[in-house]
Design a protein around this ligand. Structure first.
Ligand code: SAM
Ligand code: DTB
Ligand code: SF4
Length: 337
């Protein structure tokens, strides 16, 4: 690894046998002990002054048949009722070109589907091929997949599939009723089986308790392979969704969860995902110290706002954190606004 940072003299092996009790004990360590341990592990596996940068685009927005209580795109709640069609290929490629120009190395395309139809999948395949040809890594999140659909996406050259467990198995039923936890796990199995990298995480601040936050991470850390990417979202409360008005989570509990993710899954990229707009710079800095090493960059997530590029560049500059260069293409935030 490059850079002038001090590597820690530990390099723990990846474990897949974490128990909830053990993970809870780690989560509840005195804050400084928890962060010190997470930072030691972080430096043993990664350059702590570098982050992976992804940009998101909603390729099909709204009118989703699922009833996820947090989601502004669910047709069950007022904000999600408006239907938009799948974006044309050229619009997607324009957005990907701009993301690359701005310094992103991965382009993530999201669709508000329960699962993709065959005709839609063929369109998405063209998007994946086009985005890859621009030198970007590709990620899509399209809902549930069967084994054939996962293989089809792999053949198109897809690098990552995002599919979140969102919370613990016990709390899941309070949040979503239209599909089961097991269906989520089955899709993750098909993605893994097809040889696509897995991006899987969850949302905090949905009224869950410590046991649910720990339960989600233990679920991920005891999969046969850890997800390569673990997005930790803070609920973005959208008026009209059932979770709007949920009591805000203590920011230090959020940081603890990031630290636990880093400790349980040392080799995974932990993404400080939705919700950054509401976070102070200091909270984000603590998350990076706790082991978060990926962000969404760009002013929009799918339908809600993300910090401006100017704010992000300024924050990363003040922290001495640089964007990780991709295999070839761009290196750093070359473009000023
Ligand atoms: N429909 C697909 C699915 O659910 O897998 C893909 C798109 S969906 C919007 C992707 C992820 O966004 C969800 O799994 C959830 O974790 C996250 N998400 C959605 N609404 C959110 C919100 N209001 N706050 C934080 N994260 C949210
Ligand atoms: C993930 O875990 N977070 C992203 C991405 N995967 C697809 C989505 C966040 C969506 C936030 C609400 C919105 O903008 O609609
Ligand atoms: Fe649909 Fe995904 Fe939103 Fe759930 S999270 S309502 S599946 S778009």
């Amino acid at each position: 690894m490059d850079g002038g940072y001090m590597a820690a003299p530990i390099c723990e092996k990846l474990r897949h046998d974490w128990s909830r009790q053990e993970a809870t004990e780690i989560y509840r360590l005195p804050f400084n002990d928890l962060l010190f341990r997470a930072q030691q592990i972080h430096r043993a596996w990664f350059n702590p002054n570098e982050i992976q940068v992804s940009t998101l685009l909603s390729i099909k927005t709204g009118a989703c048949p699922e009833d996820c209580a947090y989601c502004p795109q669910s047709a069950h709640y007022p904000p999600g009722r408006e239907v938009e069609r799948l974006l044309p290929l050229e619009d997607v490629l324009d957005a990907a070109r701009e993301a690359s120009r701005q310094g992103a190395t991965r382009f993530c395309m999201g669709a508000a589907w329960r699962s993709p139809k065959q005709r839609d999948l063929q369109e998405v395949v063209k998007m994946i091929e086009g985005v890859k040809a621009l030198g970007l890594e590709t990620c899509v999140t399209l809902g549930m997949l069967n084994a054939d659909q996962a293989r089809h996406l792999k053949e198109a050259g897809l690098d990552y599939y995002n599919h979140n467990l969102d919370t613990s198995a016990e709390y899941y039923g309070q949040i979503i009723s239209t599909r089961s936890y097991q269906e989520r796990l089955d899709t993750l199995g098909h993605v893994r089986e097809a040889g696509i990298n897995v991006c899987c995480g969850g949302i905090l601040g949905m009224g869950e308790d410590v046991d649910d936050r720990v339960g989600l991470l233990v679920e991920l850390a005891t999969l046969p392979s850890h997800p390569e990417s673990v997005p930790i979202n803070l609920l973005v409360q959208v008026e009209g969704t059932p979770l709007a008005g949920t009591e805000a989570l203590d920011p230090l509990e959020f940081v603890r969860t990031v630290a636990l993710a880093r400790i349980l899954m040392p080799a995974s990229y932990v993404r400080l995902s939705a919700g950054r707009e509401e976070m102070s710079d200091e909270m984000q800095a603590l998350c990076f110290f706790a082991g978060a090493n990926s962000i969404f960059y760009g002013e929009k997530l799918l339908t809600t706002n993300n910090p401006t590029r100017t704010r992000d560049r300024n924050l990363l500059h003040r922290l001495g954190i640089t964007p990780k260069a991709s295999n070839d293409a761009n290196d750093g935030f070359a473009v000023a606004e």
